[in-house]
Design a protein around this ligand. Structure first.
Ligand code: DGL
Length: 255
């Protein structure tokens, strides 16, 4: 039985990378919703429908867990998926809690980058109000970044100037941590680290998500039984997108 990883596009591969490192004795399916990427600018209802359609297809495979390697899909559809299907659904949310804890002592601020849909949902607002006692968390949607990423555009000059214009309203000296709250964004983690002031840490939710997945496999007694195989699928059954998934996977693993 495999573990399914799901995202609107190539973003979730950044979470799969962490899973493959930590779980060498599992097999994986990675499913990208090529037909509907990007999710960020769409409505909650639309994205919920797309995620359920994709889940139906993944469940036709022999899977023992479904990881929503997508913050946007999690924020709109994790609960309804859990009610609808018998497999454990592991979602992910922006790593706001660890970021707040990291800055408690220094008094620096936290900047959360995510899609506009993630940031507009009550799930995100509740998370922030639960952990941000001192009002240090700011949020910044980065809609264009998913598009750059889907084009596999890693051009440092172009992306550098995009980031500089987005950060322009912020005094970065005040910030201690930037949270990558969308699984597409870690493709740019290295570039961000190079261009940001050195005291700023850049974090994402991959490690926490994979830890939760491991805990659930353990709990249900379904760990292991595989050999690190990965099968890529996309909702359009598009061979060109399959190649893109393979290229993106190669890029991530040769960083
Ligand atoms: N990778 C996704 C996320 O983590 C969604 C990006 C998009 O499709 O807009 O939020």
């Amino acid at each position: 039985m495999s573990i399914a990883f799901f995202d609107s596009g190539i973003g979730g591969l950044t979470v799969l990378r962490e899973a493959v490192r930590r779980l060498p004795n599992e097999d994986f399916i990675f499913f990208a919703d090529t037909l509907h990427v990007p999710y960020g600018p769409k409505s909650r209802e639309e994205v919920t429908r797309y995620v359920h359609e994709a889940a139906e297809r993944m469940l036709k495979q022999d899977i023992k867990a479904l990881v929503l390697a997508c913050n946007t899909a999690t924020s709109v559809a994790a609960e309804t998926l859990r009610q609808s299907y018998p497999v454990p659904v592991i979602g992910m949310e922006p790593a706001v809690k660890p970021a707040v804890e990291m800055n408690e002592a220094s008094g620096r601020r936290v900047l959360v980058l995510a899609t506009e849909l993630t940031l507009s949902q009550s799930k995100y607002m509740e998370l922030v109000s639960r952990v941000d006692d001192h009002g240090i968390v700011d949020s910044l949607p980065m809609p264009e970044l998913v598009q750059y990423c889907e084009q596999l555009n890693l051009n440092p000059a172009e992306l550098g100037s995009y980031f500089r214009s987005k950060f322009q309203p912020f005094d970065l000296d005040e910030y201690g941590t930037i949270v990558l709250g969308c699984t597409h964004y870690p493709y740019y983690a290295q570039l961000l680290k190079q261009m940001l002031p050195p005291h700023i840490q850049v974090i994402d939710g991959s490690a926490g998500t994979v830890r939760r997945l491991m805990g659930i496999l353990e709990q249900q007694g379904t760990s292991g039984g595989g050999s690190g195989q990965i099968r890529f699928m996309n909702s359009a059954d598009d061979p060109a997108y399959q190649l893109k998934l393979e290229r993106a996977w190669h890029l991530l693993n040769t960083e």
